[in-house]
Design a protein around this ligand. Structure first.
Ligand code: HEM
Length: 91
């Protein structure tokens, strides 16, 4: 994992770990964190402002996990052949 230099202040998001599951979960949870867009983010809501207590959050941790997996194309898809070989009726 490359370590990106952070010269020039905090005007750009820190892309270390970009696209990893953990990075995406954090981004959805709160894009205003310093490692993401900081105060430059003025539109994307923090879907999990309180990581420890989801009762007040827009999304539960479990749902954010699922979104992150979906964004990464990381979900289970049964082989096409198996549906056919199980002889599902099309009548
Ligand atoms: C890798 C994941 C994501 C990245 C890098 C990302 C990045 C961004 C950025 C850069 C903005 C513009 C913020 C601004 O100009 O202030 C934005 C806006 C927004 N994002 Fe995300 N986003 C991500 C995932 C998501 C997901 C999963 C959702 C919904 C569940 C979401 C919902 C929104 C919404 C509602 C806005 C505001 C749109 C508007 O009002 O114009 N984002 N996002």
């Amino acid at each position: 994992m490359p370590h990106l230099p952070r010269k020039g202040g905090d005007s750009a998001p820190d892309l270390t770990g970009w696209g990893t599951h953990e990075w995406i979960v954090g981004m959805i949870g709160n894009p205003k964190q310093k490692r993401y867009y900081g105060e430059n983010n003025d539109r994307m809501p923090a879907f999990a402002k309180n990581p420890g207590d989801s009762s007040d959050n827009i999304l539960r941790a479990q749902n954010i996990e699922l979104i992150a997996k979906w964004l990464r194309g990381d979900w289970y898809e049964p082989a096409q052949a198996s549906a056919k070989s199980e002889g599902q009726s099309t009548k």
